[in-house]
Design a binder for this molecule. Structure first.
Ligand code: ADP
Ligand code: ASP
Ligand code: MG
Length: 416
């Protein structure tokens, strides 16, 4: 007998019929002698629908109220699921984040889990109940509802698996595992059988939304193996585990994209010491995360341009803040930006020891007529900001160029 945490994403619980199917699947596993803790997302499209409502009320929705609103989606699915289990003659109890004390900090809309009280869950499991917990939400120390950021139900599941010391953590979704790139965009994408936490962290941080990055961080920290698999087929999925010797040793192992960012340029910034702090301190004080930053060289007139990216959901808020920031810094060239950009990245731990990977990427994009507006590199990834409309084209071209569709390409031969 084992304790299994299973998480089902939005598509898997997209309507009442699908919720019934998930309930049957869970009960089958329970009948094999397992204790079952289930984490559910809201029905697919629901969190977006609620976000649209909020935007009709306030141009920049109040973040505390946003959490009250967005957390409602998961309340619907867990209660329906519990009813379905009961209708099949078994027992089940649903819990919201604050009822099982998923304690988070107070950073609304992107809160971090601090601890989880497992008492109620353990007691219910002992009584033979299936326990279903709302994903993506928690409560802060003042009793306010918080949410963990988009895709956060994965994090709820892995955090629960960690504190309950579960025997397995299964993430059920609408694809059969983790692929070399998004299989819904590139039909040559190849499923990866086993991937290390570190490589998965890179993929997730650069946009592979099949797993929320914080769920991978928890999994690595608490050594929770994750099995990512499809709700709709029985096929073995992808295991996310500690690094193993026989893992694919490729130079480039994946292509990702992230459409959640926006680019902002402040022109005519005085090129003086302390200017970056003056611009970015108020932004970080407003809890806005800045990703890439490029400062151009002074062209001789003592002025420079500063370009950076923020989350698309923070774009309007940042633009508003910049009005007063630019006055204070004396920047006189205006602010402009775009929220229709994509960050395309190639990732691979093998890149550490190979040169020429970035230039191959630039040539591939150039050959497709795609302009690059920002570049950032690290030891194991290269990212380029491009116009959003070229996302699919760029992904397919890069996937082809690095031969990611082929099994077992030896490192030295993987690039021609
Ligand atoms: P869920 O609602 O089950 O949490 P998500 O939509 O959050 O599902 O994540 C699954 C989706 O992630 C897939 O449908 C796929 O389009 C996308 N995706 C992006 N990159 C990858 C990748 N490298 N491997 C698998 N899926 C990916
Ligand atoms: N419902 C939330 C979202 O759509 C959380 C999740 O599905 O993981 O982002
Ligand atoms: Mg998800």
């Amino acid at each position: 007998m084992g304790l299994i945490v299973q998480k089902f994403g939005g598509t898997s619980v997209g309507d009442p019929e699908k919720i019934k199917q998930v309930a049957q699947q869970v009960l089958k596993k329970k009948e094999e002698g397992n204790q079952m803790v289930i984490v559910l997302s809201a029905m697919s499209g629901e969190t977006n629908r609620l976000t649209d409502f909020a935007l009709q009320m306030q141009e920049i929705p109040d973040r505390r109220e946003m959490d009250v609103l967005l957390s409602s989606g998961e309340q619907v699915t867990i209660s329906l699921f519990a009813m379905a289990v009961k209708a099949y003659g078994d027992d089940c109890i649903s819990y919201l984040g604050d009822q099982v004390k998923i304690l988070t900090d107070n950073s609304h809309t992107k809160a971090r889990i601090e601890c989880i009280d497992t008492e109620r869950i353990t007691s219910d499991l002992g009584k033979g109940k299936v326990v279903v917990v709302a994903g993506f939400q928690g409560v802060d120390s003042d009793g306010n509802i918080t949410t963990l950021g988009r895709g956060g139900s994965d994090t709820t599941a892995v955090a629960l698996a960690a504190v309950l010391q579960a025997d397995a953590c299964e993430i059920f979704t609408d694809v059969e595992g983790v692929y070399t790139t998004d299989p819904n965009i590139c039909n040559k994408a190849r499923k990866i059988d086993r991937i290390s936490y570190d490589e998965m962290l890179e993929l997730a941080s650069l946009g592979a939304k099949v797993l929320d990055i914080r769920s991978v961080t928890f999994a690595k920290q608490y050594k929770v193996p994750i099995h990512v698999r499809s709700t709709f087929t029985d096929t073995e999925g992808t295991w996310v585990v500690e690094e193993e010797e026989e893992m694919e040793g490729r130079i480039v192992s994946g292509v990702t994209y992230n459409r959640n960012e926006a680019r902002i340029t402040i022109s005519g910034v005085p090129d003086q010491p302390g200017i970056a702090a003056k611009i970015f301190t108020p932004i970080s004080d407003a809890d806005i995360i800045v990703d890439m930053i490029i400062q151009n060289q002074d062209t001789g007139n003592g002025l420079t341009d500063m370009t950076f990216t923020v989350l698309r959901s923070d774009y309007q808020r940042t633009m508003q803040l910049l009005d007063s920031i630019t006055k204070e810094t004396g920047a006189n060239g205006g602010i402009h930006g775009s929220d229709s950009i994509t960050k395309i990245s190639i990732i691979g731990v093998g890149m550490r020891n190979h040169s020429g990977i970035a230039s191959t990427m630039f040539s591939v994009l150039f050959n497709e007529g795609i302009n690059i507006s920002m570049i950032s590199t690290s030891e194991i990834k290269v990212s380029c900001i491009i116009e959003e409309k070229y996302t699919e084209l760029a992904i397919r071209a890069l996937h082809d160029a690095f031969e990611l569709d082929k099994d077992n390409v030896p490192e030295e031969e993987s690039i021609t």
